[in-house]
Ligand binder design. Sequence first.
Ligand SMILES: Cc1cc2nc3c(=O)[nH]c(=O)nc-3n(C[C@H](O)[C@H](O)[C@H](O)COP(=O)(O)OP(=O)(O)OC[C@H]3O[C@@H](n4cnc5c(N)ncnc54)[C@H](O)[C@@H]3O)c2cc1C
Length: 436
Amino acid sequence: MKTQVLVIGGGVGGLTVALKLARCGVEVCVIEMLKGSASMYKGELLQPKSIQILQELGLRKHVEASGHRINEIEVVEKREKQNQFTTIGCSSMNYNILNSPYDYAIMVPHEKLKSILLDEAKKYSSFTYIQPGRFKGFKGKKAIVAMEKEEVEVEAEVFVGAEGRKSKTREAMDIKLKEHKYDHHFLTVSFPRPPDLTEGKMIATPHTFLGLFPLPGNMVRTVYLIPSGSYKDMKEKGIEHFYKAYSELCPELSEYVTHIKSWREIQLMIPVHFNAGQYVKDNVVIMGDAAHSVHPMAGEGMNLAIQDGDVLGELLCWMNSEHGNLSCLKWYEKVRKPRVSKVLQLSHLSALAYSKPFRYFPNVRKRAIHQMTSDEKLHTKQMLNVSGLGFWRESLLDRFVQMGILPARHYGSLQYEGHIFNEKTDYPWEEGGSLQ
Ligand SMILES: Cc1cc2nc3c(=O)[nH]c(=O)nc-3n(C[C@H](O)[C@H](O)[C@H](O)COP(=O)(O)OP(=O)(O)OC[C@H]3O[C@@H](n4cnc5c(N)ncnc54)[C@H](O)[C@@H]3O)c2cc1C
């Protein structure tokens, strides 16, 4: 079998790059090893940059109609005294502070988003989808793909490894990783929500953290932090123990959490942090979770995969039309790797605030979050950096404000166009830039 681009893995990242290629007439084949749709929870929060990409693909309205819009995330700090939780601080991180048409996030079921991307790609004759099709490795310059009844060799000008964390493509490229593990894991489950829970909410104590993110259909995605290694013990205590943990932190949920009938519905999430040293080797590329894995605290994993797919897709389309071949792949790494590093760092720092020993200083965390949301510049920087629309590094002065050593600042109107990504910075090869 022969194709111009073989995409290994039909996750959000693989489908985004494939759709971009199909739209510009590059022959692309996606292989997905699962027979049906995945049952595992895999992230649902679409950040503003991903919404912008979906708009450019003509899919924003469709995705929005299947999702729930989020404008702000309330951050509540609580403390326990004699089995009672009292609120000691409350702040709000607001996307609306961004001066952009994409000043909001969307919660959309992961499989729904994938089906929207796949259905759109199937409209193009240059797109082929093989399911189940499992990549086994390379034999010379060809990929070996196991299908239901046969094994085929696939020849391609470019191979894209988009198979998630356990990437066989990355393994074949002999790229080594330095993985960072955390002292905590997460439990995640969704269930019906109270009608007034329409925005994001994060409730933190020195010992745990509960994230609540409303989904369409009056559901809520919940993420609950537990110490690593404690999952088995918790399960043994029975489902009532889980109800109690949620109800203590958020009494409004007590009559909703009981919709969960057994531990089987609750998924364990183990956060890992890594960034591959290299995304490209000859004509083989890795993207999304195959190239990097991010702590889920800032809700970035799925977004980084979509944004990789956007840049890689645009580059491959340009190479095909301008050069007639697909040979300048390093541009993709040059644009994406530094941006991914910054987002990974941001998520890692947020994760540390909820890790030992920092989580035992809730007053410091409360002050830092309060200052960050009260100071116009810090708030804008935080939301811009999380949004993916741009990046604006924090200065030493910002850190003093965040620690409360200097007061919060107000500007009226902040100018930060220079920190927003645009076509020139997203796709610099089109301007004839240098790869060095
Ligand atoms: C439990 C969990 C919770 C998460 N929560 C969040 C969140 O809240 N927010 C967020 O933004 N991100 C979250 N993420 C991360 C997010 O799911 C990933 O970053 C995102 O899905 C990466 O997309 P991807 O396309 O790179 O990989 P994946 O979504 O992992 O897709 C890879 C695809 O490749 C297929 N595949 C694997 N091996 C092969 C092979 N050999 N041959 C063919 N196909 C193959 C897989 O079946 C899969 O369909 C979470 C991830 C997990 C695991």
